[in-house]
Design a binder for this molecule. Structure first.
Ligand SMILES: Cc1cc2nc3c(=O)[nH]c(=O)nc-3n(C[C@H](O)[C@H](O)[C@H](O)COP(=O)(O)O)c2cc1C
Length: 466
């Protein structure tokens, strides 16, 4: 008999008050306002470690949501991803109290240079014993661009071109700059590392110029596990080349399967195996000891959800809440002097219907509310019928969502052979069941051991000023 497919189980987090379940930070007992306390993160990490999770996944943005109502006021009032602290800085605290869980962190390739990021990530890979992943994003907020001196966002596909070069730089640093056996720690000979095995990278490209060498010695995984969320053609091509774990969703199983197949084809086109990419979906799970308990919880979460928060997060430029429910979106746009054709909204639906759609938006394919058995049945269906590999669990309540899942759902999934128990390992080993390094077919490995880095050993000078 073949073994059942195991679930990759991550908690979806963000170093902020309100990530994606707007308004719910106000629920009794919700700890979200404690995001700035180290004990919030260590307590949470303990729940995940003991509860059978594979990791925590931290989202991030580098700007405020200020499209809705022409300013950041709604976001600020609701704690909607502002205040928002750096995701990388809470990882060592969580790592110090755990041995098994992994840490996915979001970092954008659009605004900060690759050299310092590569160094921070290597530091974390080393300190965590190889338990880190990087969610590669190119960032989407106009305000983020203005925080880094740009007049507006860099056009979408151009962002992916820059990201591609960013990745080339960090691969050279992570994979190529130091040989596996460069560190000798030879006390008698007075040699810490062998200079013949450490090299410049001398990257000279369109967006970046980096001399190297990498300042960090090889870490357990070298390149962190590469995550990405995308749907666009440019993003899919990028994922086919780089990503090891892709967030993709869809409102139906067919949507998901189509997205996954496109992504796998893109991987194969880049000389990789179709199976080199794992697929995660964002999932909502509300579990109770009885159906009635689960239903009551879900009702409470719906009642407390903030529609203004959802609209601000979606950067809707039209304040639907300021219009009567009975008129169409087109009419509401006209009354506000907006060109309806520039709105990505269903123009002929009423305002009330559209708001109801926004409110319902989360009850899609990857949502389940019920008893542990019902939840486990549904998750197994997603694994076996749709072909997902794992979930990023949406939090309605911190820490109830994680604790309930750990206490009620994990034992049921474990009974069915769906939980990855076992010895501590690097994140890549945990997710792929093979070694800590990227597979040889991955584009980053072309630099391993200094291959394809045609650089002299003498100090480098760039011939042109930047
Ligand atoms: C589940 C999920 C999580 C995401 N998390 C982030 C995030 O933390 N920060 C961010 O800037 N973008 C995030 N994004 C947006 C993606 O990076 C990307 O912009 C989006 O999926 C659109 O893909 P495209 O750029 O290829 O069109 C996320 C998307 C999804 C689906």
């Amino acid at each position: 008999m073949t073994e059942p497919k195991k679930l990759i189980l991550n908690l979806f987090e963000m170093n902020t008050v309100s990530h994606i379940t707007h308004g719910l930070w106000t629920l009794p007992g919700n700890n979200r306002h404690r995001y700035g306390e180290l004990s919030y993160w260590t307590e949470l990490a303990g729940i995940l470690e003991d509860g059978g999770f594979d990791g925590v996944f931290l989202a991030d943005v580098v700007g405020a949501y200020d499209t809705f109502r022409d300013g950041p006021e709604t976001a600020v009032a609701e704690g909607l991803q502002i205040p928002s602290n750096d995701p990388m800085l809470v990882v060592p605290a969580m790592a110090a109290v755990t041995r098994r869980i992994g840490f996915g962190m979001t970092f954008s390739t659009s605004y900060e240079p690759p050299f310092s990021f590569a160094r921070r990530m290597s530091t974390l890979d080393q300190l965590t014993g190889g338990r880190v992943g990087w969610n590669i994003v190119t960032s989407y907020l106009p305000n983020a661009a203005r925080n880094f001196g740009l007049a507006d966002e860099i056009p979408h596909d151009r962002r992916y071109e820059i990201a591609d070069e960013f990745l080339d730089v960090v691969y050279k640093l992570w994979e190529g700059s130091w040989d596996d056996d460069a560190v000798r720690v030879d006390r008698a000979g007075g040699v810490y590392a062998d200079p013949a095995k450490v090299r410049y990278i001398h990257h000279v490209g369109e967006s970046f110029r980096v001399a190297g060498p990498h300042l960090c010695a090889p870490t357990p995984q070298r390149t962190p596990v590469l995550f990405q969320a995308t749907g666009s053609p440019a993003g899919t091509a990028f994922a086919g080349r780089h990503a090891e774990v892709v967030f993709t969703g869809g409102r139906t199983a067919d949507d998901f399967r189509r997205n996954a197949a496109t992504m796998r084809n893109a991987a194969v086109a880049n000389g990789r195996d179709a199976d080199d990419i794992r697929f995660l979906v964002q999932a909502g799970v509300v579990v109770g000891r009885t159906e009635a308990e689960a239903a009551a919880k879900w009702r409470l979460y719906q009642e407390r959800t903030s529609l203004a928060g959802i609209l601000a997060h979606a950067s809707v430029p039209l304040d639907l809440l300021a219009h009567p429910g009975g008129i169409t979106v087109r009419e509401a746009a006209r009354r506000d002097g907006l060109d309806p054709d520039l709105l990505a909204l269903p123009l002929d639906r009423t305002v009330a219907e559209t708001l109801a759609d926004f409110r319902r938006g989360r009850e899609e394919r990857y949502f389940v509310a019920g008893t542990p058995e019902v939840v486990a049945d549904e998750i197994c269906r997603w694994l076996d019928e749709d072909g997902i590999d794992g979930i990023n669990l949406r939090q309605y309540h911190s820490f109830d969502t994680a604790r309930d899942f750990a206490e009620l759902v994990v034992p049921e999934l474990r009974r069915r052979g769906r939980i990855r128990d076992g010895e501590p390992a690097t994140l890549r080993e945990r997710l792929f069941g093979r070694g800590p390094a990227l597979p040889e077919t991955h584009v980053a490995r072309r630099y391993h051991g200094g291959a394809n880095l045609d650089v002299p050993r003498t100090p480098l000078r760039f011939s042109q000023p930047a």
